[in-house]
Ligand binder design. Structure first.
Ligand code: MOS
Length: 723
């Protein structure tokens, strides 16, 4: 039985009345010590008896058909175990949450670097050598379009139009019409993608670097033609996801198929270059933003059009204008998308899809419009906060944008900001920038089981922890509800045999899985009330004592029989009438060298309203991580493609520049506003991680303008674009 979350008029704020002090406390992650001491076993660190190693063979053409393989040279190597291929080896990476096998382009190669077969050998070294010796015969179709600008394109009909944008642009007292371009991004998770497949009879156990176990199990079963009950997926530790591990990819499918054929465990660990080539990238975007306003700064029109790219047949389309649809009010609105069908690595979700790149246009555009109008950019934003969702008319749940902008401006010393290009320290020009932060908040179906015994509590769900703090948070929720210290709560995650949860993605994991744990623990409290003999709403569980209705008992005495409860939650009516989003404000100060064009971010402040904070430390780390990605997308990160083949070049972390420690200021400050989102879920919390990135890069770009007077429209803002 699933509880669908619909806000009741008397929503009990149960977590505000419990006494453990665990909720929100900045507790360490329980698995932290295992990770830093090398004892946490990632997928590539299991060594089952008889394991052999697979290396993916990948296409060296951009478009065509594989007509045959010559494995003679490979088969001569001692320890060579075989070449495995077939149409299912060519499947694209899954996009997450579909719960079925990802797209299968038949026997067609659709992009350069695409996995097409698996070589297996006794050792990794032999497998790698053998993979290089496989000769692939192709029927190549030359001239595949790889440039999104010239490739054929289509326009999905999910555009939104309100009023008359063109007329409003003609009448506006101030207008802006700008083109912005953002490059492709790689998720760049530290742990390379990996799979270990082991069959016992017709049952498959798969260790995988994966974010969403319940969906991944269904995807894999469908892809290899078995029933979901025959598949068990495990991912207890994951070295970062950022969207790249939402769905299964070639390593999981090929390891499973080869292991079945060889009757031995097969492990496939991608080399870094393979991760870049064969794992979903974030699309490049070309955006056009139009704004019109009255002299008082009231927006009359917002138009946001974008062109993104993906492979033919792929359903994912970067929701570039996601935040534009609800961040500011304006009676005339247009959002329209074009999808270019090119032959690059397929694109998918990468850390805050939509907002992360779309907010460059919207928030840099707002900055420029503010300058045109002679209105402070903080003030311009404050004047355009909508009463209701501008497109759907939904009521906003807790909405902290105004408060975040005001408190952030004060804390940052925004009043010290000077006119563009007027503050200088030697060769360095100094400037400040602001941007709004917004990221839609979601509640995704989740289940959890909590068992309470005299020894403590056990939390079980297939929820994952991709480095975000799930182990900590879920333990804190159960401990808080059941009156237990944190060391009496164990948390078992990421096993598909456990109750299925949201998994980690879209910043919805902590709130969704956390709500299921909360509800399961509440059922245990109800049972404790029954055993004590009091009404469920009166029961209190605190430090080993259960009290209620003037009755009192030691928890242990009520637990002669343990209590196990399972609960599920999914979004209900409230999600239709109400719109929940995290909001916030980013402030950045940069120094720009007049001589080299180098940009140094000196300090950043993010102020966020994210509902209830479940663990102040992991929440802060999420926000800081997001803000660092924001700096990266503003200044460093950029996928490059060979213009002839579409092949990604610079396929490693030396050439794909994520921010290094030296790129990030010591002064990174995060403030969480005191907030409860009653309409989001029963624990009144919202997503955090992706809110940190959404808008952060625009604040940096706006600060560059304030420092230098220069506007950058083509990201990242590398020194060559500034000098
Ligand atoms: Mo996220 S890009 O949904 O992991």
């Amino acid at each position: 039985m699933s509880d669908s979350f619909t806000m009741n008029e008397a929503q009990p704020r149960l977590l505000d009345t419990t006494d453990q002090g665990l909720i929100g406390a900045p507790l360490d992650r329980p698995e932290g010590a295992l990770k830093v001491s090398g004892q946490a076993t990632y997928t590539a660190e299991y060594h089952p008896e008889g394991m052999c190693h697979g290396v993916l063979v990948r296409a060296t053409i951009t478009r065509g058909t594989v007509t045959g393989f010559d494995e003679t040279a490979a088969a001569a190597l001692p320890g060579y175990l075989g070449l495995f291929h077939g149409p299912e080896f060519l499947r694209n990476p899954a996009q997450g949450m579909a719960g079925k096998a990802p797209t299968q382009p038949g026997d067609r190669v659709a992009y350069h670097g695409q996995p097409i077969a698996l070589v297996v050998a006794e050792s990794f070294e032999t497998a790698r050598d053998a993979a290089a010796r496989i000769v692939v015969h192709y029927d190549e179709q030359p001239g595949a379009p790889v440039d999104p600008e010239t490739a054929p394109s289509e326009e999905p009909d999910d555009r939104t139009v309100q009023g008359d944008l063109d007329a409003a642009m003609r009448k506006g007292a101030a207008t802006l019409d700008r083109a912005y371009t953002t490059p492709g991004h790689a998720a760049a998770a530290m742990e390379p993608h990996a799979a270990l497949a082991e069959w016992e009879g017709d049952h498959l156990t798969l260790h995988g670097a994966l974010q969403m176990i319940r969906y991944n199990k269904a995807e894999l079963a469908d892809a290899i033609g078995v029933k979901p009950e025959q598949v068990r997926v495990l991912a207890p530790y994951i070295g970062g996801g950022f969207g790249s591990k939402l769905g299964i990819s070639a390593e999981h499918i090929s390891a499973a198929l080869a292991a079945r054929a060889l009757k031995r465990p097969v492990r496939v660990v991608m080399a870094r270059q393979t991760v870049f080539d064969a794992i979903l990238r974030r699309t490049e975007t070309a955006q056009r933003l139009r704004l019109a306003a009255e002299t008082d700064g009231k927006l009359t029109a917002i138009g946001h059009e974008d062109r993104i790219s993906n492979l033919e047949g792929e359903g994912f389309a970067e929701p570039t204008a996601a935040a534009t649809q609800f961040l500011y009010a304006a009676p005339n609105r247009l959002v329209r998308k074009t999808i270019s069908r090119n032959h690059r690595t397929p694109s998918g979700s990468v850390r805050a899809p939509g907002e992360a790149v779309g907010m460059f246009a919207l928030e840099c555009g707002m900055d420029e419009l503010a300058e045109t109008l002679g209105i402070c950019p903080v003030e311009l934003r404050l004047r355009n906060i909508p009463e209701k969702h501008p497109e759907t008319g939904q009521t906003f749940t807790a909405h902290a944008l105004a408060q975040a902008l005001r408190e952030g401006a004060q804390a940052f010393g925004w009043d010290k900001r000077t006119e563009p290009g007027t503050r200088r320290e030697g060769e360095w020009l100094i400037g400040m920038g602001v941007a709004s932060a917004a990221r839609t908040n979601m509640l995704i179906a989740s289940s959890a089981r909590v068992t309470l015994t005299r020894d403590g509590a056990l939390v079980e769900t297939d929820m994952t922890d991709i480095g975000t703090g799930s182990y900590a948070i879920l333990g804190q929720i159960a401990g808080e509800m059941l009156g237990l210290p944190i060391d009496k709560v164990s948390v078992h995650l990421a096993d598909s045999d456990l109750p299925g949860a949201s998994g980690s993605g879209g910043s919805f994991g902590a709130s969704s899985a956390g709500s299921a744990v909360f509800l399961a623990a509440r059922k245990i409290r109800d049972e404790l009330a029954k055993r004590l003999g009091c009404a469920p709403e009166d029961v209190r569980v605190d430090r080993g004592q259960v009290t209620g209705d003037n009755k009192k008992a030691a928890l242990a005495d009520l637990l002669v029989e343990p209590i196990a409860m399972e609960a599920s939650i999914e979004s209900g009516e409230t999600a239709k009438t109400h719109f929940s989003s995290g909001f916030g404000a980013h402030f950045a100060e940069v120094a720009v060298s007049e001589i080299t064009g180098e940009v140094r971010v000196r300090r950043i402040l993010g102020v966020f309203g994210v509902g209830r904070v479940l663990n102040e430390k992991t929440a802060r780390s999420q926000a800081v991580g997001g803000m660092i990605w924001g700096v990266g997308s503003a200044l460093h990160e950029e996928l490059s493609h060979d213009p002839r083949t579409g092949h990604i070049v610079g396929r490693d972390l030396a050439n794909y520049h994520v921010p290094s420690h030296a790129d990030i200021p010591a002064k990174m400050e995060v403030r969480f506003l005191e907030e409860r989102d009653d309409h989001a879920n029963p624990i009144q919390s919202k997503g955090i991680g992706e809110l940190g990135i959404s808008g952060a890069g625009a604040a940096v770009i706006n600060a560059i303008h304030n420092a230098t007077g220069l506007r950058v429209y083509d990201f990242p803002a590398t020194p060559d674009k500034i000098v």
